[in-house]
Design a binder for this molecule. Structure first.
Ligand code: FAD
Length: 581
């Protein structure tokens, strides 16, 4: 088993222990919806005549971003189904919508043109849905929670604290330890050393988003993936926010495309969403089960912007923010066990994304709502066993969200190698047959292991990415280099701390990967964290890791073909600073 403890196990260090009834890890939409609903339900319970009162409760939420919303990153067009359940009057309560979808285009792009669907396929119909910045949306949710006063309940929102390891007692989860702060790269404490705390809870809700570091530990220790058909699967999405000239894109405009610049046999696609204030979100997602060792979401985005349908929208405009993140696309057949003694997994941490719709916010939020209902029951019965908490899993699977994931259960596998005529046929069948398609369940392979050698994929043994022509000129205006984009993410880490990206199998493995696969980490990382510096003879000794560039997308942890990288949380507060993403 991997060591997930990061820098936070230090024998002899005294740690404060804080007791919670319920602890949420991660301030994404899934957990914030869960916490909000939990407060509603406790209030409703306590107002019910004759009901056993839930009083003297302490509920905590930790978030590794410096402020809630700093690490929130998405597309995003929101299916408001779960939001309406949570807050039916959200529009009157100042919900930060960027506009409402009014005009939609869906394309199969070729390099110079393409084919536009006469009407969007059913799964890409978004008419009337709000366009949002997830960063702004979760700030709004956190503010609404902060303004609540529920008698008998103490709520603590704790941004700037990263959960670094799971706390266990007799095989059950009893909380998390937060990461130490103020340590030197060599592990010695600095004058500002602050030991992480042990946050103990009767129930811990893990909503870390895609490829959660703690969720990984839980999966391994509790074998949560054992009953799943497929491994957990991901895409990486890179996105830029542009300020554009007025009139270039109408309000409420949404475009999705597949095809170019992805090569044949590859899967991915784009999104273009008109936001408020004459801003435009332009993004590209690349499936990580690609065989291509040089797959690169950032490069795909740069090429995509040069397409004749897209370029005129951006002319005269300016890129103002950049971000990147993994997206958990495995869906129904990749979902882990959702509940265990003392804890639950919600949202992207449990692969709850509808890949066909490129949507997971509403599903994650619904999982939070279902989790809250189960937690109230557990608090009333004082039973936090796996059997008691598993009612959450049953409720989620039986809800509209479970049905939606079931209906698209084969989607990614069908198009994993591109929208071929056979894939289109299978997709058509699955649309009319409630998700069934010949071969159901279609199997998927691990993202890391799907990567081929450069010889197998490019027909050139030992070829390096920089020796190939990628057809993009980084002019700093339309096509932005990775480093310039990283700057626009606002990313910052205390550079004195130990690197949080762990090479677990040794440098020799990286050297072998350079020789055979051209070091995919130096290509797929959307923040240029990894670099190989060959000597005059082309030999390398190790990979150089600029961890301070890391935007916490988790792609390296997922896609390193040698499974040689583990992403661990840096000191709380470090990372990107998204305000519009
Ligand atoms: C490019 C892209 C486009 C997308 N487009 C759309 C769209 O248009 N519509 C849609 O509905 N969905 C979209 N999604 C998916 C959507 O963003 C996710 O499904 C959703 O954000 C999941 O919510 P979550 O709360 O589960 O996780 P997240 O939103 O990932 O939130 C997790 C939070 O936990 C924090 N965290 C993680 N680990 C720790 C830790 N150890 N300690 C403390 N805090 C921690 C993170 O910093 C983060 O704030 C898109 C995703 C991507 C990447």
């Amino acid at each position: 088993m991997h060591d997930y403890s990061t820098q936070s196990v230090r024998p002899g260090v005294e740690r404060e222990e804080l007791e919670f009834d319920v602890l949420f890890v991660g301030a994404g939409p899934s957990n914030l919806a869960g916490l909000w609903r939990l407060l509603d339900l406790i209030e409703a319970n306590n107002a019910r005549p004759g009901a056993r009162k839930l009083e003297g409760l302490t509920i905590g939420l930790i978030e590794k971003g410096d402020a809630i919303g700093d690490h929130a990153f998405s597309g995003a067009v929101l299916d408001p189904a779960a939001l309406v359940e949570l807050c039916p009057d959200y529009q009157e309560r100042g919900f930060p919508s960027e506009g409402e979808v009014k005009r939609e285009e869906v394309w199969l792009f070729t390099e110079r043109g393409g084919f536009q669907a006469p009407v969007p396929p059913p799964f890409l119909r978004n008419h009337g849905h709000p366009i949002v910045s997830l960063s702004r949306m979760v700030r709004w949710m956190a503010e609404a929670i902060e303004q609540r006063e529920v008698p008998g309940v103490d709520v603590m929102l704790l941004p700037g604290f990263a959960g670094s390891r799971v706390l266990w007692e007799d095989g059950r989860v009893v909380g998390v330890q937060t990461a130490d702060k103020g340590i030197n790269a060599d592990g010695t404490p600095r004058s500002n050393f602050e030991p992480g705390n042990c946050l103990k809870a009767k129930v811990t809700v893990f909503g870390e988003g895609p490829r959660g570091h703690l969720a990984r530990e839980l999966e391994e220790v509790l074998q949560l993936q054992a009953g799943a058909v497929n491994p957990q699967l991901y895409e990486t999405g890179a996105k830029e926010i542009w300020e554009i000239e007025p009139g270039r894109v109408p309000d409420g405009f949404v475009l999705h495309s597949t095809g170019w610049p992805q090569g044949d046999g590859e899967s991915g696609g784009s999104f273009v969403y008109k936001m408020g204030g004459n801003r435009l979100a332009v993004g590209y997602v690349v499936s990580l089960d690609t065989r291509d060792p040089f797959a690169d979401a950032h490069l795909a985005l740069q090429k995509f912007k040069t397409h004749p349908r897209i370029k005129p929208m951006l002319e005269g405009g300016k890129m103002v923010q950049y971000g990147a993140k993994a997206l958990a696309i495995g869906g129904w057949y990749s979902m882990p066990r959702l509940a265990f003694a003392g804890g639950m997994l919600v949202g992207d941490a449990a692969q709850m994304v509808n890949a066909a719709r490129l949507k997971g916010i509403h599903l994650g939020m619904k999982s939070g709502l279902c989790a809250a209902e189960t937690i109230v029951q557990a608090l009333l019965e004082e039973d936090f066993s796996e059997a008691a908490l598993s009612r959450y899993a049953q409720a989620f699977m039986a809800s509209w969200a479970g049905a939606e994931l079931h209906r698209t259960r084969n989607f990614h596998q069908i198009i994993a190698h591109g929208l071929t005529p056979m894939a289109a046929l299978k997709l058509g069948i699955s649309l009319v047959a409630g998700g069934w398609t010949p071969g159901d369940p279609l199997r998927g392979s691990s993202d890391a292991r799907a990567t081929q050698s450069t010889e197998a994929f490019y027909g050139k043994a030992g070829v390096k990415r920089d020796s190939l022509d990628w057809g993009v000129k980084f002019d700093g205006r339309l096509c932005v280099s990775k480093l310039d984009d990283v700057y626009a993410s606002g990313v910052m880490h205390d550079e004195h701390q130990p690197g949080h990206l762990k090479i677990v199998k040794g440098d020799a493995v990286c050297v072998g990967c350079w020789d055979t696969k051209g070091s995919p980490c130096t290509v797929f990382c959307p923040a240029q964290v990894y670099e190989m510096h060959p000597d005059q003879d082309g030999r390398v000794e190790k990979v150089a890791i600029a961890f301070s560039n890391c935007v916490h997308c988790k792609t390296c942890d997922i896609k390193c073909p040698e499974e040689n990288v583990i992403w661990t949380p840096p000191e709380g507060g470090g990372g990107p600073k998204y305000t519009l993403c």
